[in-house]
Design a protein around this ligand. Structure first.
Ligand SMILES: Cc1cc2nc3c(=O)[nH]c(=O)nc-3n(C[C@H](O)[C@H](O)[C@H](O)COP(=O)(O)OP(=O)(O)OC[C@H]3O[C@@H](n4cnc5c(N)ncnc54)[C@H](O)[C@@H]3O)c2cc1C
Length: 646
């Protein structure tokens, strides 16, 4: 499939794969695993220095200054957002019936038209290209509004501009491309993002869709089939990831993936099937086939071979929309639960008075606040600097937000009891309120799977967290380097760790009370976060010493480190947001009760994860899983209806 041509060496690709490949143990990997690792490593932004708050946590660097004072929207930005959000809210409330959209599996064309008319397809696109030019924070606020109302519309708008043509074009498009495409997509021409294939879910190395240049090099012929392309059945223009001829790097052919902007009316583009799902029933999602589709070279985003970089960077910011939608959903669930738990009397008391239900409601309220704090903070980083490195923060928001939102929806269903399981229309037919918990449940399940599954998010965060250590340790362990160079690197690494390690035991959150006015409850929790960040760094370092390059394969163990880091981020965002809100006159007692409860619960989760680092059944569990997969416990499946091939 890939033809090979020799091109000059790409130093970025070398840095990413060769320096760090040595400390990630590839010895027991299959060729497929190794190919996947090499490809994603090459696409990492290796040159970027991790200076972010999230990245620092895993190195014991608790940079409170990066998150405090908690960013507040400038009045002008807020007013611009408010004006749009008011229009959007009024329109949704008056003209959009999300249950009907769910039932019919279609979004009425007039809804799409009106959304386009108010600029909802070009929220972040600058006015010079026909968009509204709103900030990332305002865009997230729109996603919050939509997320608590209609999952189908959230997906339509988000797939279009978080991962569809606008986002990669804003990030990587040249002026000519921006002039050609941005005004169209801003006006409402729907766009999409096509990476997934039948064999390519989380692993892009197996990509089959390919594009071969024409002899004059001016065009590419695109062939292949993309799966589950959201908006694909309605889009006018989409971004397609395809394999292009391999490059020679250090005498070896290196796989190349390139991002193309493809006009859907080009001959050879075919929407083969509209896919249907458990939830998001009005998703315009499809299988898109490319049969000798002629794409001009000018439609390449960034550069040939940089497609995975385009895809990963697009998702880095793009995936912030998903947790914002989750915040909206959580707010709606809270509203539903508050009403029901007050109203519904069982066993002589409103169910909200029963401790088992009250426990769920407290968790929902506290988690909603923290989720919103994390999302707004991360959005503000993009507003401060469009090219800000928010890889870790966005991934943490996505991982934590989607998992917590799922728990919230699940608890909402439990609290609504049988009514949670009943459809909104059936409730209405019986004369009850049309509360769509069943729809929310179906619509939200996908959130932990798409735009980076939870498992992949944990691996991604772990990889980024280990990066500073890998940079230091890689040359020491790289057997291909001359001995003298390795010894020099070992000396440097020794010096670094001799300074760094003892610091992880020293208290450093000793800001003077006078300089750092914060409520004692928040101060206590922030101190805990700072202290725990150093403990996290120490434990991660110990794990590196124990497992060496094999640490990368300890997915469950690494997952615990990631979850601890994410909880520290959540505590810090929640405390600093509360601090800012109190500073602006919010009711301190109410807020402190909410945030302190959140921090206490989070600390318990962190404690369990630290405990699990040493006390776990990971190894036995892995063995049992392999035995099960190999058929050792087939007897467990006895007593079922025999397999029916329908
Ligand atoms: C409704 C819907 C909309 C979508 N929209 C789009 C879209 O617009 N554009 C697009 O390109 N794609 C889209 N997708 C695809 C989506 O992003 C993928 O489903 C997702 O990337 C996971 O891929 P997969 O389903 O093939 O799972 P797989 O990659 O096959 O993974 C299956 C399971 O194994 C886990 N897993 C995989 N690899 C590892 C590993 N190395 N370590 C540990 N666990 C692992 C995964 O987390 C998952 O739990 C959509 C999917 C759906 C269902």
């Amino acid at each position: 499939m890939d033809s090979t041509n020799t091109v000059p060496k790409d130093p970025e690709v070398k840095d990413a794969t060769e320096e760090q490949g040595a400390v990630i143990d590839t010895s027991k990997m299959s060729a497929g695993q190794r190919a996947a690792l090499e490809l994603t490593e090459a696409a990492r932004d290796a040159a970027a220095e991790r200076g972010s708050f999230g990245g620092g946590l895993f190195m014991g660097r608790f940079d409170l200054g990066a998150i405090r004072p908690f960013p507040v929207q400038k009045p002008e930005d807020r007013d611009q957002g408010d004006a749009f959000l008011q229009r959007l809210e009024g329109f949704l409330r008056e003209k959009v019936d999300p249950d009907e959209i769910d039932q019919t599996g279609e979004i009425p064309p007039e809804v799409i038209k009106e959304l386009a008319g108010m600029g909802a397809f070009g929220i972040k696109i600058s006015p010079g290209y026909g968009g509204l030019g709103l900030s990332q924070t305002n865009y997230c606020r729109a996603a919050i509004l939509l997320g608590g109302y209609c999952g189908n519309l959230t997906a339509l708008i988000s797939a279009h501009q978080s991962i569809g043509v606008p986002q990669p074009l804003i990030l990587f498009g040249n002026e000519e491309q921006k002039r050609r495409f941005l005004p169209r997509v801003a006006k409402g021409e729907i766009s999409a993002f096509a990476l997934t294939e039948a064999g390519v879910g989380s692993d892009p190395a197996k990509m089959q869709t390919h594009a071969e240049p024409t002899p004059d090099g001016k065009h590419f012929f695109l062939n292949g089939e993309k799966l589950w392309c959201t908006n694909g059945t309605k889009a006018g223009v989409i971004v397609v990831m395809a394999r292009t001829p391999a490059k020679m790097v250090n005498g070896k052919p290196k796989d190349q993936i390139t991002a193309f902007i493809v006009e859907m009316d080009t001959p050879g583009v075919e929407v083969v099937q509209r896919c249907r799902f458990m939830g998001l029933r009005a998703l315009y999602n499809g299988v898109v086939r490319f049969n000798n589709v002629r794409v001009p070279r000018e439609n390449i985003l960034l550069a040939e071979g940089k497609g995975l970089r385009v895809a990963l960077s697009t998702l880095n910011t793009g995936r912030l929309t998903l947790p914002a939608g989750c915040v909206g959903l959580a707010k709606r669930c809270l509203e539903i639960v508050k009403k029901w738990a007050n109203e519904r009397v069982q066993w002589g008391a409103p169910i909200g008075k029963h401790a088992a239900i009250a426990d769920k409601i407290a968790r929902m309220a506290a988690n909603t606040f923290a989720m919103e704090a994390m999302t707004l903070y991360s959005a503000s980083l993009v507003d401060r600097d469009k090219k800000a490195d928010i890889r870790l923060e966005a991934a943490m928001c996505k991982l934590w937000g989607s998992e917590v939102a799922w728990e919230i929806v699940n608890d909402t269903m439990q609290i609504r009891g049988g009514r949670g399981y009943e459809t909104a229309d059936s409730l209405k037919t019986r004369g009850e309120e049309r509360v769509p918990v069943e729809r929310f449940f179906r619509d939200s399940r996908i959130n932990t799977i798409f735009e980076g599954s939870s498992e992949i998010m944990r691996l991604f965060i772990a990889r980024e967290a280990l990066d500073p250590h890998l940079k230091i340790a890689a040359p020491v362990l790289n057997s291909q380097l001359p001995l003298a160079e390795r010894l020099k690197a070992a000396f440097k690494a020794g010096l670094f760790y001799a300074m760094w390690y003892p610091k992880q035991f020293l208290p450093r959150f000793n800001v003077q009370r006078s300089k750092f006015k914060v409520h004692p409850i928040l101060r206590r929790n922030l101190r805990y976060a700072a202290r725990t960040s150093r403990r996290l760094a120490r434990k991660l370092f110990h794990a590196m010493l124990v497992y060496g390059p094999k640490l990368e394969r300890q997915q469950v163990l690494l997952g615990r480190f990631v979850d601890i880091g994410t909880e520290i981020f959540a505590i810090t965002a929640a405390c600093t947001r509360a601090d800012a809100l109190i500073g602006r006159g919010a009711n301190a007692d109410e807020l402190l009760a909410l945030v302190d409860y959140f921090c206490r619960s989070s600390r318990l989760r962190i404690g369990r994860n630290f405990h699990g680092l040493r006390h776990n059944a990971d190894r036995q569990g892995y063995r049992l899983a392999q035995d099960t997969l190999a058929g050792k416990h087939d007897w467990l499946e006895q007593g079922m209806v025999g397999h029916v091939d329908l």
